[in-house]
Write a protein that binds this ligand. Structure first.
Ligand code: SF4
Length: 466
């Protein structure tokens, strides 16, 4: 769960990258970083904290250059330290310098790392981004390959999710894993500036209206010779025709004003709500979303059922996203700090409460208690996704299997535990109806069908943040 940005060629590239990262702040709030090239050297700045706190006007003034890559991080693997933050940089003896920022997790991290270490490559962190850059540098330095050839070798050998930007002193590279798991878009502004980002909302803020997908297995280079594209045979590497975009990006993570995987996130969320409402005979006085990620799911549900849609839960936007705070103690406190109810509002009402997913069950339990304490007669919970029963290996911080409430309790026991009067999830079949190309998606956290088999069970030695 991270966001990336890449900018070329604009003398205030760092300012543009900062704005792009700010638009992607929802993807990670622990740390942020940026590497900027002025054509002679790459400067790196990274720190724990939010984008606008870290990248002050004073710091941006130090980062003059026409190429910038940046990263906001939520640590899915590797500890929450500055050390594990991105971008990673490598200076080489033969000249080129590299900086890399990536979104996604690798599933054969350990075997690739072991192999590189056996060849004398040193690692300073346990972050996947460092593995990617060290792999490419090894291919270029020791195997005499071009950077594009090095990236192709990476795609043939490293498995998992990686939407990546790589900067040298003179070029910006953008590439994405053959499965195209995490989102990645790019565009060209009318003045020729090229921008790559995790989400199109970052391109919007930088004046690029037309977002294009960086396709799975594609490599795009923006340099002195303009934009050059190359690719591997992604279908052959995947072994199947279809991509494996993360369905959870639509359900929860991405901003509703983003467009990726050929879909508008806002529309998908509304369609999820409509599907959820179909065949639901629940009688209620109003539909209330858990803000913000369930807002549009609830809107779709309310319209379909013709029940009034009301914002009965008030969210404090300065707390941060509960799900992406890494420690359980911080999560628990955040729930109470984050939401409040309008007491008069729920008095003697039957409520349909809509949320996007249930992971540990902590947030929704506290919310239902709040709503009932505010006078609601009934709270019927409707969830815009199937039960989350399996861990994610591709860069989303779902916890280990035995921490997921759907693995510990039956649905009826979950209903009792969270205090709802009824509970229903969207089925996978109905979720598939909300997108144009349902076969191009990963649903593994719902059904356990992993498109790329992980090297080993989710291991919190490496995934040590939950
Ligand atoms: Fe997304 Fe779930 Fe697949 Fe992970 S397992 S990529 S969260 S759909």
């Amino acid at each position: 769960m991270c966001g990336i940005i890449g900018v070329h060629d604009q003398e205030r590239a760092a300012e543009m990258a900062m704005l792009g990262l700010f638009a992607e702040q929802h993807r990670g709030q622990e740390s942020c970083g940026m590497a900027v090239s002025d054509g002679r050297r790459l400067k790196l700045r990274k720190k724990m904290g939010l984008v606008k706190q870290v990248f002050t006007p004073e710091l941006l003034a130090e980062l003059r250059g026409n190429i910038a890559i940046g990263h906001v991080r939520y640590p899915t693997c590797g500890s929450a330290t500055e050390f594990n933050s991105q971008p990673h940089t490598v200076e080489t003896l033969s000249g080129p310098s590299f900086a890399l920022a990536s979104n996604g997790d690798l599933v054969n991290y350990q075997s690739i790392r072991n192999d590189l270490e056996s060849k004398g490559v040193y690692f300073a962190s346990d972050n996947d981004g460092e593995l990617l850059i060290k792999y490419i540098v090894y291919q270029v330095e020791k195997c005499g390959k071009s950077i594009v050839e090095g990236i192709k070798s990476l795609m043939e050998n490293i498995k998992g999710a990686y939407s990546t930007v790589l900067a040298t002193r003179e070029e910006l590279y953008m590439f994405r894993d053959p499965n195209a798991i995490r989102p990645m878009v790019w565009g060209i502004r009318s003045d020729g500036v090229v921008v790559a980002a995790s989400e199109s909302c970052a391109l919007d803020i930088l004046g690029i209206r037309e977002a294009m997908e960086v396709r799975g297995g594609e490599i795009i280079v923006s340099g002195k010779n303009g934009v050059i594209k190359d690719s591997v045979d992604a279908e052959k590497l995947r072994g199947v025709k279809s991509f494996n975009h993360c369905m959870f990006e639509h359900v929860y993570f991405s901003r509703p004003d983003s467009f990726h995987f050929g879909e508008n996130v806002y529309r998908v969320r509304q369609a999820i709500g409509q599907q959820l409402a179909e065949d639901d005979d629940c009688q209620a006085d109003m539909v209330v979303p858990v803000p913000d990620s369930a807002n549009f799911i609830a809107l779709g549900y309310a319209r379909k059922k013709e029940i009034p849609y009301e914002m009965g839960l008030i969210r404090n936007h300065y707390v941060g996203r509960t799900f992406i705070k890494p420690e359980q103690t911080i999560r628990d406190e955040s729930v109470h700090q984050k939401f409040n109810t309008l007491p008069f509002f729920f008095q003697d009402k039957r409520i349909v409460l809509i949320d996007d997913s249930i992971v540990r069950g902590t947030t929704i339990r506290n919310l239902i208690r709040l709503i009932k304490n505010s006078g609601a007669n009934e709270v019927h919970l409707r969830i815009g996704s199937p039960q989350v029963k399996y861990s994610c290996y591709y860069g989303i911080d779902t916890p280990t299997k035995n921490e997921l409430i759907a693995n510990k309790l039956t649905l009826e026991k979950i209903r009792e535990y969270i205090g709802a009067d009824s509970i229903k999830h969207l089925s996978i079949n109905k979720l598939r109806k909300t997108v144009h190309k349902p076969d191009d998606y990963c649903y593994a956290c719902f059904d356990g069908n992993y498109p790329i088999k992980p090297e080993r069970e989710l291991d919190r030695e490496k995934y040590n943040d939950s």
